[in-house]
Design a protein around this ligand. Structure first.
Ligand SMILES: Cc1ncc(COP(=O)(O)O)c(C=O)c1O
Length: 346
């Protein structure tokens, strides 16, 4: 698929996707209402559809993945609590410290391998106020990220996910999944989404990444949890009125853009293997399970960035000598070939 109003090959992120003509058509025809008053039928349909796909009771449409995680953290915790998450997770690295500002929580970090935590590490990181003579904060929430962005787009093994949720619940903590790219994990592992998230109390799904919608995330959980989350969405200023115009894109994406993620994964693999085999670049092929490629170079990230840009290719610098390329629905086989050729000319 291409349908992109630019001749650049934009591999910076899967968030750069633009709504296709078919998606714009459903947007134009979307039935809408006032979602703050609870009567936008398209938003309701999207929330119910995703909740059903994940085997949970309810959903809440929010503006972004960051807002979805922020609302989830706030709904699960009290000020003075502590959350547990992986040291490179989006919640810790890229959300402005929202867990501290918006929820009054501290954070306990767990080092993962390619972004994937082990249950033992999670267990060691959970601190409980009770029995600590008031020394510790109260660990009350464990957050996993699946797929793990900074881990390279890696997928959690199912037994690890189940064991981490058990550790959380055994310690009286809620378990939240930042599933910004959950459907990439669904396609890569061939596992039903409801099975992946079975033991998780809340899940955040992004529609505006690999799924190709322009805006929006959905927070999923029990009816009780979503009622609480609804209150925090309101207080965070996240109520949207005729949001059905964007929710319609989300519904379109769920119907049309999940299976095709396999194409993105195959293209990412091809690019990773080709660049990883080149002198001057290394790619940890074990990390390339979905649509992301992290490349380390003998040259600086800026040199790689500028060198590729001269060939009409955009990637993101993510470290002094590291860049990231992400494959998405506007990237074709020809684009992958052109990117391989550009890397080999650097
Ligand atoms: C794993 C993960 N979680 C959450 C987010 C936040 O999403 P948004 O950019 O919609 O706030 C991102 C964004 O890239 C992400 O990669």
């Amino acid at each position: 698929m291409r349908e992109y109003p630019s001749d650049r090959i934009d591999l910076r992120s899967d968030t750069v996707t633009q709504p296709t003509a078919a998606m714009r058509a459903v947007m134009k025809d979307a039935e809408v209402g006032d979602d703050v008053l609870g009567d936008d039928p398209t938003v309701i349909e999207l929330q119910n559809c995703l909740a059903k796909m994940l085997g949970k009771e309810a959903g809440l449409f929010v503006s972004s993945g960051t807002m979805s995680n922020a609302v989830a953290i706030r709904a699960h915790t009290n000020p003075g609590d502590e959350i547990v998450t992986e040291s490179t997770s989006h919640i810790y690295v890229y959300e402005g410290g929202g867990y501290a500002t918006l929820s009054g929580c501290s954070v306990a970090l767990v080092s993962g391998k390619l972004g994937i935590m082990e249950p033992e590490g999670v267990s060691e990181a959970i601190r409980k106020e009770e029995g600590s003579l008031g020394h510790y904060p109260n660990g009350s929430l464990v957050c996993v990220e699946n797929t793990s962005n900074r881990g390279g787009g890696t997928c959690y093994p199912q037994e690890t996910l189940d064991a981490i949720a058990k550790v959380a619940h055994d310690n009286d903590c809620a378990a939240h999944m930042d599933g910004a790219r959950l459907f990439n994990a669904v396609i890569a592992t061939g596992t039903d989404p409801a099975r992946i998230v079975r033991d998780y109390d809340s899940i955040s799904i992004c529609l505006s990444k690999g799924l190709g919608a322009p805006v929006g995330s959905v927070l999923i959980g029990s009816s009780k949890f979503i009622t609480e989350a609804h209150r925090w969405r309101k207080m965070f200023g996240g109520g949207m009125r005729q949001a059905g115009v964007i929710a319609a894109c989300g519904l379109y994406a769920l119907e049309n853009n999940i299976e095709r993620l396999a194409e993105d994964h195959a293209r990412a693999r091809k690019l990773a293997e080709a660049v990883g085999a080149m002198e001057g670049f290394t790619v940890d092929l074990d990390s390339v399970e979905t649509n992301m490629i992290y490349v380390n170079g003998d040259m600086t990230a800026l040199e790689i960035l500028e060198g590729l840009a001269a060939h009409g290719i955009d990637v993101l610098d993510v470290g002094p000598t590291a860049v990231r390329a992400v494959v998405h629905l506007h990237i074709t086989d020809e684009d992958i070939d052109a990117t391989i050729a550009a890397f080999s000319s650097l």
